[in-house]
Design a protein around this ligand. Structure first.
Ligand code: DAH
Length: 358
C-alpha cells in the first residue's frame, strides 16, 4: 500500500467517525488546509521527475476529490441527523386531549339578571343604570318621601357624613332613584328596567346589607293598571317557565306610586320547595303601582298628559325561589364550592327563544 493509500484510508476512517459539523470542519482544515498532509504531498510534486509527476499528479487530484466528496457526504448525513433531532424536539402531539374546561361559574344572581334582561328586553324594555352612592333628592325626596316621612325610616339607610349644607349622601336603599334619573334625562315614551345593588343596614338568613333589586318603569300616554297586571303576569310566567299562573294584586303603600299593590302568585309549599303556578298558597313576588303624579311632576312630566307604572323586586330572593338556595348569606361569601354547585356556565346566555335556564 502506498503512502497515499494509507493517508486516504486513514482520513476516510476519521471522517466516518465524526459526530458533529464543527468537528468535521476542523478535520477538513487540518487535513486539506495549508499545513495538512494532503498539501504536504502536493508540495512534493515539484521535486518529482516529469514521469513520476505524470503518475502522481492525477493520483493526488483523485485523493483530493475522494476526500472532498467523503466530507460532503458526511456533512449531509450530520445535517439530516441534526434536522431530525430538532423536528423531534419541537414535535406537537395533535392527538392530545384539549385542556379541561375553565373552572368558574356565573353567580346565580348574575344569571337571574341575565334572565330578567332577556325577558324584559323581549317586551321592549331597555336597561338603565344609576350610581350606588345617591343624593337625598333621587333616593327619597323626588320619589315623594317628604322630609321626616316615616317611610324613610323603614329603609335602614347607610348615610355618608354631610358635606357643607347639602343633605348627607346615602348608599341607595333601592333602585327606584333610577326612575327619577331616567325620567329627568329622557322624554316619554319610556320603558326601562334598572338592575343593581342596593344597601340597607340589616343582617340575617334572608337579609344582607348589600342585595340586588331590579326596577321597572313604563311611562306612556294612556297607561293604566291593566297594562301593569298584564306585563307582570307575563313576566312571572316567563321567569318561572310555567304556562299559567294565578296572581293577586294586594293593596299596599309606597310613597312613589298611587295606587300601590304587592303582587302575590299561587304556589305549592308542600315537599319543602316552593313550586310556582300550582298549589293553594300565596307567595309575594314584587311591589308595584301607578306612578304618583308628584313623582312625574318632580321629573318635569305632566301627569295629565302621561301616565305610567313601576315595579321593584328583590333579585336575590327571586334566585333563591327559582334555584332552591335555602340561605342568602353564602351568596356573598365567595366560596368556590358553593358557586360551582349553584353557579351557571358563563357562556350560555339566557334568551326567551333559546331557553332561560339549563
Ligand atoms: N322601591 C321599593 C322597595 O325597595 C320597591 C318598589 C315598590 C319599587 C313599588 C317600585 C314600586 O317601583 O312601584 O321596597
Amino acid at each position: 500500500m502506498s503512502d497515499i493509500d494509507i493517508i486516504e484510508s486513514d482520513i476516510i476512517a476519521a471522517i466516518t467517525n465524526i459526530r458533529s459539523l464543527d468537528e468535521l470542519d476542523a478535520l477538513r482544515v487540518a487535513e486539506l488546509g495549508k499545513k495538512g498532509r494532503v498539501t504536504g504531498l502536493m508540495k512534493q510534486l515539484g521535486k518529482m521527475s516529469p514521469d513520476e509527476r505524470k503518475v502522481m499528479g492525477p493520483r493526488l487530484n483523485q485523493l483530493k476529490t475522494n476526500l472532498s466528496s467523503a466530507i460532503e457526504s458526511r456533512k449531509t448525513v450530520l445535517e439530516t441527523d441534526a434536522l431530525e433531532r430538532q423536528l423531534k424536539s419541537e414535535q406537537i402531539d395533535l392527538t392530545l386531549p384539549a385542556p379541561p374546561e375553565p373552572v368558574g361559574a356565573l353567580h346565580p344572581v348574575m344569571q337571574v339578571f341575565e334572565e330578567l334582561s332577556a325577558i324584559f328586553g323581549d317586551m321592549g324594555f331597555a336597561v338603565a343604570e344609576g350610581p350606588d352612592i345617591e343624593d337625598d333628592w333621587h333616593n327619597f325626596t323626588a320619589l315623594n318621601f317628604p322630609a321626616g316621612h316615616p317611610a324613610r325610616e323603614t329603609h335602614d339607610t347607610f348615610f355618608f357624613s354631610p358635606q357643607g349644607d347639602n343633605l348627607a349622601k346615602v348608599l341607595r336603599t333601592h333602585t327606584s332613584p333610577v326612575q327619577i334619573r331616567t325620567m329627568t334625562e329622557n322624554k316619554p315614551p319610556i320603558r326601562i328596567i334598572a338592575p343593581g345593588r342596593v344597601y340597607r343596614n340589616d343582617w340575617d338568613a334572608t337579609h344582607t346589607p348589600m342585595f340586588h333589586q331590579i326596577e321597572g318603569l313604563v311611562v306612556e300616554k294612556g297607561i293604566h293598571m291593566g297594562h301593569l297586571k298584564g306585563c307582570l303576569i307575563d313576566f312571572v310566567k316567563a321567569f318561572f317557565e310555567v304556562d299559567t299562573v294565578e296572581a293577586r294584586f294586594r293593596p299596599h303603600f309606597f310613597p312613589f306610586t298611587e295606587p300601590s299593590a304587592e303582587m302575590d302568585v299561587k304556589c305549592d309549599r308542600s315537599g319543602g320547595t316552593v313550586k310556582i303556578g300550582q298549589g293553594d298558597d300565596w307567595l309575594e313576588v314584587l311591589g308595584s303601582g301607578m306612578i304618583h303624579p308628584n313623582v312625574l311632576r318632580n321629573c318635569g312630566i305632566d301627569p295629565d298628559e302621561y301616565q305610567g307604572f313601576a315595579f321593584g323586586l328583590g333579585v336575590d330572593r327571586l334566585a333563591m325561589l327559582k334555584y332552591g338556595m335555602p340561605d342568602l348569606r353564602p351568596y356573598f361569601e365567595a366560596d368556590p364550592n358553593w358557586t360551582q354547585h349553584y353557579g351557571f356556565r358563563p357562556w350560555l346566555t339566557p334568551s326567551v327563544s333559546g331557553g332561560l335556564s339549563e
